[in-house]
Design a protein around this ligand. Sequence first.
Ligand code: NAD
Length: 478
Amino acid sequence: MSATIAYRAPTLLVNGRWRAGKHRTAVPVVNPATAETLDHLQLADEKDIDEALQAAQRGFDAWRQVPAFERCACLEKGVARMRENLDHIATLLTLEQGKPLAEARAECAMAADLIKWYAEEARRTYGRIIPSRLPGSLMQVRKQPVGPVAAFSPWNFPLVLSARKIGGALAAGCSIILKAAEETPASVAAMVDCFHGLLPEGTLQLLFGVPAEVSEQLISSSVIRKVSFTGSVPVGRHLAQVSAKYLKRITLELGGHAPVIVCADADIGKTVAMMVAHKFRNAGQACLAPTRFYVAREIENDFLDAFTAASQQLVLGNGMQSSTQMGPLANARRVSAVQDLIQRSVQAGAKAHQGSCPETGFFAPVSVLTNVQPDSPIIQEEPFGPVATVTSFDSLDHALHLANQSPYGLAGYVFTDSARAIHQVSEQLEVGSLAINGMGVSVPEAPFGGVKDSGYGSESGIEGMEAFLDTKFTHYCA
Ligand code: NAD
């Protein structure tokens, strides 16, 4: 067992000050590996949220005046602090979220990388000059920060998914109020604290609260000009409606159910090794997790045997133990949701190949489901847990047809060396990100976002920066 630390639930960061929320409610923060309560988190009430809104406006008024080079330097100082404090932040993350410590460290490093990339991009927020129709006149396109941002991040990758919003908003010159997940508050607070004192007060604020109360109050406020949400489809749909009512721009990243097309020429050993690691990372609670495996009929049995054997060899346990390869699910409701989905799919004809798992804590076994029909619950609903399906296909057209039947469209994967197959999948697979013979669908410098029920808009890359910018045309007439 690694050295542990005393866990304390954080306070709110409002108007440049860490202070307790005044809501009558405090919620428990639970260690999912042991089911023990770590501490209680005091939530924000209406007045706290109002104070944050007023401060966000003042923060924006100040921060937008800071030259891009200086914004970049401030953010880079915060990133350096994140790197210095990486072990501490990662330990908090493992305690409250459950993922193995190595994964928590990698997540913190990735979050730092994201903010660093955005910081550098602040200096490259170019507009453009358009050739004029009239002598002596000048047509210019300017990029300006959209204004104070309300952002909502979930518990599965609390650091990375918050960093995408914090980095983009601050680099663009916006202020941001982040409502992070109440399940995993301390790691996000420790990350946010790395920027404390570097930015004007109110530029970066952190709230925890009753999610529906916070989002309603923030989005309906005239202060907020942009909304960014990562989470489930039902909540995303709801926030899209609230945002539409107040005509607020919104970016939605709502999860996925990624198809993996394994063609007959794929190297089974390499594909299985890569996909088992990727599938069961964070116990499968990843929006880009490979989940629906469509395998060429000629290699189906070999693939299934290798994939099932490798999955069942994973060591499940407390993420604080160095031997652990897969931790628990993040909370008790995920365990019942995954169990229920498997049960309904088995009732609909699926066969489940399952490993074992620890009895204490919120664990679920690694499960590989075969004999699944396109209308099976496991195909139609996002499992968001350690569950994969394996189905055979007869032709690439058939595989694409099956893969595109899902309502989701976030990430996709294909394994083949055939240029023709790669071209066809790149053209026809309905996803926002596609990895060919690999798993790298999410890097700071490239856009990440979905189609269909996976949401709209992109984070990361220049598209992620664009989401926090307004475009203004100015015409100087001679
Ligand atoms: P949920 O729908 O209850 O909550 C999802 C997230 O949204 C939580 O962080 C919650 O605090 C927040 N939320 C809920 N209501 C809100 C509101 N009215 N306003 C603002 N925020 C609100 O789901 P859950 O049980 O936490 O997670 C289950 C499902 O969520 C998963 O099956 C998965 O589909 C999805 N999910 C997706 C991602 C992702 O990366 N896209 C991350 C986490 C969860």
